[in-house]
Design a protein around this ligand. Sequence first.
Ligand code: C5P
Length: 208
Amino acid sequence: GANHEPIDPVRFIGNRSSGKMGYAIAYEALLRGATVTVITGPAEVQPPVQSTVIQVQTAQEMHDAVMERLPTADVIIGAAAVSDYRVDNPATQKQKRNGSGMHLDLTENPDIIAAVGAGKKPSQLVVGFAAETNDLIANAQSKLKKKNLDMIVANTVGTENSGFGAETTDARFLLADGSIEEHPIMKKSELAEKLMTRIVDLLVSKAD
Ligand code: C5P
């Protein structure tokens, strides 16, 4: 899902992520017998009831919740649309309009999946997402490398059949060995199935 970065007690900076992809992955992992923790920002859908749900608002809260649970995780999947910036010193009282413009200073948030990738144990598998409007493969490949991920799911955003809020997604899997697995446009639940199958393959080859 999204993050909400407060401006004042009633306003925030957010994004259009629905949480559908992340929750579909959580559901699929549960079906395969995994113990699942969903660390989630605000979303339009309900996480699967059999998962442990940690509800957060901001990127910093999400970062802290991920770091706390990281040591016991075998697979970490970063499907959230993490807010890249937060508002410096959010106001403690509701801001009134004063007849002129308003200026917000923003600070960069931590990159959660990059921190996970940087500190991962050899037994841990880290999967990220890359939602791009342009240069999809090149941008996703560079994120895969920079964030030290085992796999990145690259999809286009801003079209009717893919991206925030859509029921379907237009995704491919980019692996750390340079290979690319293409998929037709499909439902997010179907992509979650394909993703989990690929993750199980990777876990098996890691264990060999
Ligand atoms: O760099 P970009 O935001 O496109 O990278 C997408 C991937 O990085 C996703 O897996 C997303 O969940 C993760 N991410 C993160 N923390 C951020 C920004 C992105 O974990 N601050």
